[in-house]
Write a protein that binds this ligand. Structure first.
Ligand code: C2E
Ligand code: MG
Ligand code: MG
Length: 626
């Protein structure tokens, strides 16, 4: 106390502070709202202490004090006067952290502005106790009497104890509220998509896991519907991201409203939404949900900028079951089915096609294995002879890639090359083929065997890669192979991609002295133009023509024209697919320079080829094994 002396306390209710505290604690326990506890506090203060009224003031962010609980309206005068006059016992107690007593308001000198006005409001004595905890000043607990006179020591102590209890309670309650609000906010943020407010991937996966477990127990089925908006990217590009976002929100709302109460719709990201449908007795029920979702999107969206956007979605459906009993598997398969739906042109739903799924699985496994094929020494080259039709001698050998898979046996290039292209392994696989062919060329030469040329196939992706020429240069340097004995076979498909770049790459490769040959000629990409423009030395007529040579006059004329064209352009012409003596006779008669095919020789391992060199007669070797 900073003023006055304690006096006698008048009669009052005999309740001890300990009991009041217990009561407050109980109130806090059963009803943790701050307001209710404070209301109870002021109500009981008036019973416990010899006072007329009581109140609790809290300080706001502008350091002004406000009553948050008051036993009567007179208390409000205390607040108002102090805030207008900027003077008074509560401000003082709050500022100093000390209790303030005005035993006789009418004759008080300490607050010359405040006290006369307070007295006029009917206040006889005012006692203020700071609300503070660990140095944090929260406000003040005030009591007043309508008649002057001090509080005795015991009452002063009781009031201060109650003020401390209230402060502790306030701090704890606020901390609890802050903490629970923070937890709620964070968990919402953590589990929801900020744009649409829908559950995000984390929450979706959690719910799906539960749905799968329930389906397993109940012997019913859970379905995942994977929806991807068709052409959303174009909307985004055309109208901008804000419109895109608005559209996503609108689509989310429509999807959500088309569902049954227990179903979950979540946004995985971008324009991908997923729905979980539970307790299905038959798959058709989920298909009906898919139809409802499709219908929900069917009406064009009217956006706030006045745009009218029509939208469809591709939906994929997959069902829980032994094959799909994890969130990962179920989501992956619904995604896969969605791609199948997209493939059909969008705007549809598609139930997972299990056969296509297993084919994709096999392909994925193969792609994984291919990553290790090189390290594990599983790649090999088979060499197929190419003969000079005039001399009958070996003109070249073509290197053909083989992969000896530990479980599947020999995997042919029609599988390996697309896998390598999809996985980006084509660069290293391609380099391996070239290097191995150059090394074999050196080895044969060291053995005194004559192999005039080795042809190595390269894929369209390789020649579109600006680093390809560097790779060829490096391999030639590393292996010491004679560039003039190396031929690079480029498939016609290479000319589907950015031709100026391919042109530049091929020009550079040719500048090393390497020969270039256009492979698969005539298979349909009208490469006549390229034949003229690009620095080719040779052209290979695809084997699909050869088989029809003896039966089809038109084919024969076409092949003749292709051979003549090649010659006009100064190219060496090889005909592939020579499988019979008749084929050999015919391609010879048509004027081809070289022939390749099973009749001339099957692809064989490097050692086998070496054993049969050099006479063309012995080239008629047995098919490769493996
Ligand atoms: P390609 O360059 O046209 O190679 C000729 C293909 O025809 C080879 O198939 C060969 O085994 C096959 N063949 C040979 N003689 C005959 C015959 O008389 N009749 C028939 N019907 N076919 C015959 P393979 O080895 O399966 O290779 C297929 C294709 O894979 C090759 O076609 C080539 O484009 C590509 N390829 C092979 N090795 C590589 C490589 O290391 N890298 C790249 N990028 N592609 C390669
Ligand atoms: Mg080839
Ligand atoms: Mg070919």
């Amino acid at each position: 106390m900073t003023d006055e002396t304690p006096g006698e306390s008048p009669d009052r209710s005999p309740q001890a502070p300990a009991e009041l505290m217990e009561e407050l604690e109980e109130a806090a326990g059963t009803d943790p709202s701050i307001q209710k506890v404070l209301d109870r506090l002021v109500e009981r203060l008036v019973d416990v202490l010899p006072v007329t009224g009581a109140g609790v003031m809290l300080v706001d962010e502008r350091q002004r004090l406000h009553f948050v609980a008051a036993s009567d309206d007179t208390m409000m005068a205390i607040e108002e006067l102090q805030n207008t006059l900027d003077e008074g016992p509560c401000l003082e107690a709050h500022a100093t952290g000390e209790a303030v007593a005005i035993n006789d308001v009418e004759h008080d000198q300490r607050f010359p502005l405040f006290s006369p006005r307070a007295s006029a409001e009917g206040l006889g004595a005012i006692f203020v106790f700071p609300l503070a905890l660990d140095g944090d000043r929260l406000g003040a607990l005030d009591v007043y009497r309508d008649t002057p006179g001090p509080l005795n020591d015991e009452d002063l102590q009781t009031a201060q104890v109650l003020a401390d209890v209230a402060a502790a309670y306030l701090v704890n309650a606020q901390a609890r509220i802050d903490a629970s609000e923070t937890v709620a906010r964070l968990s919402h943020l953590h589990l929801h998509d900020p744009l649409t407010g829908l559950p995000n991937r984390t929450l979706f996966e959690e719910r799906l896991e539960q749905a799968i477990a329930r389906a397993r127990r109940s012997h019913l089925v859970a379905a995942v519907l994977f929806a991807d908006l068709d052409g959303f990217k174009e909307v985004n590009d055309h109208y901008g991201h804000e419109v895109g976002d608005e559209l996503l929100c609108a689509a989310a709302t429509r999807l959500a409203s088309a569902l049954r109460p227990g179903d979950t719709v979540a946004r995985l990201g971008g324009d991908e939404f997923v729905v979980i449908c539970e307790d299905l007795h038959e798959e058709a029920e989920a298909e009906r949900v898919a139809e409802r979702l499709t219908t929900a999107l069917a009406t064009p969206f009217e956006l706030s900028g006045g745009q009218r956007v029509a939208l469809t979605a591709s939906l994929g459906l997959a069902f829980s079951g032994p094959e799909r009993d994890t969130t990962r598997a179920l989501l992956r398969d619904a995604d896969f089915a969605m791609y199948q739906a997209k493939h059909r042109g969008g705007g549809h739903h598609q139930v997972l096609n299990v056969a296509a799924r297993s084919a994709a699985d096999r392909r994925e496994r193969l792609e994984r294995d291919l990553r290790h094929a090189q390290d594990r020494d599983e790649l090999a080259l088979a060499y197929q002879p190419i003969v000079d039709l005039r001399s009958g001698e070996l003109a070249a050998v073509e290197a053909l890639l083989r992969w000896d898979h530990p479980d599947r046996g020999r995997v042919m290039p029609d599988v390996v090359i697309p896998s390598a292209e999809r996985t980006g392994l084509i660069r290293s696989v391609g380099e391996w083929s070239l290097r191995q062919a150059c090394l074999d060329l050196r080895r044969w030469s060291a053995l005194g065997l004559t192999v005039p040329q080795v042809a190595v196939n390269v894929s369209a992706l390789q020649v579109a890669d600006p680093t390809f020429a560097r790779t060829v240069e490096r391999v030639l340097a590393d292996t010491g192979a004679d560039p003039g004995s190396v031929c690079i076979e480029v498939t016609e498909r290479a000319f589907l991609v950015d031709t100026p770049r391919v042109h530049a790459v091929l020009e550079e490769v040719q500048s090393f002295g390497v020969r270039l040959s256009l492979d698969d000629f005539g298979t349909g990409y009208s490469s006549l133009n390229y034949l003229r423009q690009f620095p080719f030395h040779a052209v290979k007529i695809d084997h699909s023509f050869t088989s029809a040579l003896s039966t089809d006059q038109v084919t024969r004329s076409v092949v003749r024209a292709m051979i003549d064209l090649g010659h006009v352009l100064g190219l060496t012409v090889t005909v592939e697919g020579v499988e019979t003596p008749l084929h050999l006779e015919e391609v010879s008669a048509l004027g081809a320079d070289h022939a390749q095919g099973f009749h001339v020789g099957h692809p064989v391992a490097a050692e086998q080829l070496a054993a049969g060199l050099p006479g063309p007669a012995v080239l008629l070797s047995a098919p490769e094994t493996g």
